[in-house]
Design a protein around this ligand. Sequence first.
Ligand code: PLP
Length: 390
Amino acid sequence: MEDGTGLKIEEPLQLTERVNRISVSPTMAVLQEAEKYKAKGVDVVDFGPGEPDFPTPDHIKRAAIQALEENKTKYTPSAGIMPLRQAICDWHAANLGSSPAYQPAECIVTSGGKHAIFNAVCALVSSGDEVLIPAPYWVSYPDIVKYAGGTPVFAPTRADDDFRLRAAEVERAITPRTRMVIVNSPCNPTGAVIPPDEFAKIFEVCQRHGVWLLTDECYSHFTYGNAKPFTVASLPGSRERLIIAGSFSKTFAMTGWRMGYLLAPQPLIAAVTKLQSQSTSNATSIVQYAALEAARGPMDSVSAMLAEYARRRERILAGLRAIPGITCTAPEGAFYVFPNISAHFTAEMPGDTAAAKQLLEREYVAVVPGEAFGAPGYIRISYATSIERI
Ligand code: PLP
């Protein structure tokens, strides 16, 4: 059996039911396929990766080097060094407007945003619980929920409504078994941004039903046009049953460093710290010092990246819309476009997975099929690549 990454899993291996519930991230599988072509020397135009093509800013790199030279290479507290927890709370208040500011006891440092979400879901979701996930969704949410024993339930969003999640849709999909709603704005893969007033209504629905709201703010600083960075934690009285999952990966071009965090009520942070203390312990010590510099230092690199993404977004939207039969909403955030290509399906190319395969094999262009995100008929194109490539 192939697991999609080229790894062979021997059939007689008796894996746990828990592990058999999940599959390899489909976006990772696409990256692996593109890598095979690159290894053969093929010049692949790679629109697959969900990561900035910019290097990590110098001042952040220097902080890591300094930490290394100062031998800050020992274990740290599981929840992270106190100055970093404080700096994340301060950064969140200053740059996203959480009010009142979170306190370090309400913050844990994790090994990336995905790890933060994984930990929160594992701490709160039990067997039989439902977790509401707007579709199209980021590939990892359903599998993380399944791993925890929960059942993902999908709330549809519509292309003709710019893929925005509506409070009415959340209200409709909530059942007595719903434990959590996971919201991602700006959204991977659609780029949709939920307007603040709608976000407030979604939170109100969650509060009324006693359901946790986990908001994934991974792309918080990449918004275009009228959309602005926003956090639910800026709404008055918004602390109960609210979980913020954050990441340094995209904001500071630090995907490989693995640095993320959770902001949540103190008892939940304590539970997640317990879980983390028995798994990964602390996020890498020198990365924590680099993150401290990122959170305390200047934000100019973030605005420079945003300006470049904005230019690429215009270019790619214009190009896509010039292709007959392709429809594409203008994404308000993140760095993806999510066109509907279904008008081009044929007997030889019956769906988006076949289209992605043919694009790679015939044109050496890598994209991710919409099926991976629960959206057949679409493909995801990342414009975190140079304008020349676009
Ligand atoms: N959330 C979303 C929506 C993402 O797209 C990603 C990465 O692609 C993450 C979270 C996780 O990022 P990381 O684990 O690198 O911090």
